[in-house]
Write a protein that binds this ligand. Structure first.
Ligand code: FES
Length: 513
């Protein structure tokens, strides 16, 4: 944190606050105020100080002031936060939660929408009894965890499908309420059908809600458990059935045959067996653009000294979509089959460009298919290691202003936020601009693990607008699916002037591969 002025007695910080009174103002505006800083200064304390000393009369809510009631939730630098708990930092931008009508300044109207939603969801004992459902222990855990929700509405305000397509996705807060009821053995309504009807499969699993929840509730995990119930009860949208069929029949999420998926490697002479397996992924191998990145990735890794093998047409889908869409039994079987193949071919290490596959091999396989002692790394981790050890050095590519779009599996599942930025910083001539606020304020999942194309396209367009705001000429990302969606969004918005490129491709250019 930067302290803007400091004396022996006082230190002050500057905070920018959204100001808007719909009764008197034509447009919202932002005003900057100073507050005396203390290590324990919360956003609420800072706002109280500003109102007292600057006569600013900023409207904000407060209730328990001990992180219990959720009344004080605002957006701090684009991320929902309890104002009674968030420590005020110099340069913070305080705004009302996105997606709700503003009553004044930081105060939003939650009541109208919430009342309407809860009427729609229906509570009470008027439903038709559907009998006793034995709850699984893990489901009970999630259901109980959901009961500690403070109803702060923060998860809704950062949820891409809810913000961009509320008619197709009810929002994580309301859906969590339905899921809580779903796992209650005494529940009388058919909550599984209701959850699917209200958009359970339009959640992109980007984890924006989970990572910003002030109560640390695993909201995304509860969505996956609810999807497992939807699978058990066979209440599935057609798109989800198609994805399952694609994986089981063609080993590709997108239904692309093995020959086409492996076509990128035809002239590269990569051996079929070896200790270090290059796992191309059905995500990257599905499109021409993705396959071009695969070729560059393999070439640059080889140039950097890695001895790769590749399974060509025998590469199977890791099964990630089966897990995330709720087909847990089939995911287990798939994971066991892939694990067996890897062991038979003597693989000791997997290197993959796909963050989703890396997460699946690293985190889900040990849990569902047993430990295999196979090391799993993303291509970006290998590149960074080579840069740090000076095994490769990247050449200047001319001055270029770029913005990085964090794929959810890279940032929120694998926790890799700084790594891609460090790689970008090591390419001479590149200057990085960040999207207006927080790095992950509005991602779209890895290409959108939601089932609805319409919702995913709207999210991609919103994200493209955010990324374009800072004036970057190039959007860099690290997911073939996200690249494809951003390119579609650029076309739809008439922004073909913006270059959209995978970070691997950019590194390959800087290495002159
Ligand atoms: S005032 Fe109750 S949670 Fe902040």
């Amino acid at each position: 944190m930067t302290i803007v002025s400091a004396t022996a007695e006082t230190k002050t910080i500057k905070l920018t606050v959204y100001r808007f009174n719909p009764e008197t103002d034509a447009e919202p505006r932002y005003e900057t105020y100073e507050a005396e800083w203390l290590p324990s200064l919360t956003a609420i304390m800072a706002l109280t100080y500003i109102n007292k000393h600057s006569r600013a009369n900023i409207a904000f809510r407060r209730g328990c002031r001990e992180a219990g009631c959720g009344a004080c939730t605002i957006s701090v630098n684009g991320v929902p936060a309890l104002a009674c708990r968030a420590l005020a930092q110099d340069g913070d931008v305080l705004e009302p939660l996105k997606g709700y009508p503003v009553i004044r300044d930081l105060v939003i109207d939650r009541t109208q929408q919430t009342a309407e939603m809860f009427r729609k969801i229906k509570y009470g004992r008027e439903g038709k009894p559907i009998g006793f459902i034995p709850a699984k222990p893990e489901a009970i855990g999630v259901s109980r965890a959901l009961t500690i929700c403070a109803d702060c509405h923060g998860c809704n305000s950062i949820c891409p499908p809810w913000l961009e397509s509320p008619a197709r996705f009810v929002g994580p807060m309301y859906l969590a309420n339905i899921i809580r009821a779903m796992f209650n053995p005494l529940e009388e309504y058919d909550r599984v059908a209701q959850a699917v009807d209200m958009g359970l499969y339009n959640c992109t699993l980007c984890r924006a809600c989970t990572t910003s929840c002030p109560k640390d509730i695993e909201i995304t995990e509860s969505m996956i458990l609810a999807r497992q119930r939807a699978v058990e009860e066979d209440v599935l949208p057609e798109e989800v059935r198609e994805i399952r069929r694609n994986i089981l029949e063609t080993d590709s999420l997108y239904g692309v045959c093995g020959k086409e998926r492996a076509s990128w490697a035809t002239d590269l002479g990569i051996p079929k067996s070896g200790k270090t397996l290059f796992f191309a992924s059905c995500e990257y191998s599905a499109t021409e653009g993705g396959r071009a990145v695969l070729a560059r990735a393999a070439e640059l890794l080889q140039k950097a000294g890695s001895s790769l093998s590749y399974l060509y047409e025998e590469e199977q889908c890791c099964g990630a979509p089966l897990y995330f869409y709720g087909f847990q039994k089939e995911f287990r079987e798939k994971a066991a089959k892939v694990q067996k193949l890897l062991k038979e071919t003597g693989v000791e290490e997997i290197i993959t460009p796909s963050p989703a596959c890396a997460y699946t091999f690293r985190e889900l396989y040990p849990k569902y298919a047993g430990d295999s002692n196979i090391q799993v790394r993303t291509v970006l981790e290998v590149i960074l290691e080579k840069i740090r050890s000076k095994a490769i050095s990247l050449k200047a590519m001319g001055n270029r202003k770029v913005v990085f779009h964090d794929p959810a599996f890279l940032s929120r599942f694998l926790g890799m936020v700084e790594e891609p930025r460090e790689i970008l910083a090591s390419i001479p001539g590149i200057s990085l601009v960040e999207p207006k606020y927080y790095w992950g304020a509005n991602t779209m999942g890895d290409g959108g693990l939601g089932a609805s194309e319409e919702v995913n396209s709207k999210i991609a367009q919103a994200r493209l607008r955010q990324l374009a705001e800072g004036g970057a000429e190039t959007i860099v990302t690290a997911s073939a699916a996200d690249s494809a969606r951003l390119k579609q969004a650029a076309q739809a918005l008439g922004r073909e002037d913006m270059e959209i490129v995978d970070l691997i491709e950019l590194v390959a250019r800087a290495l002159e591969v």
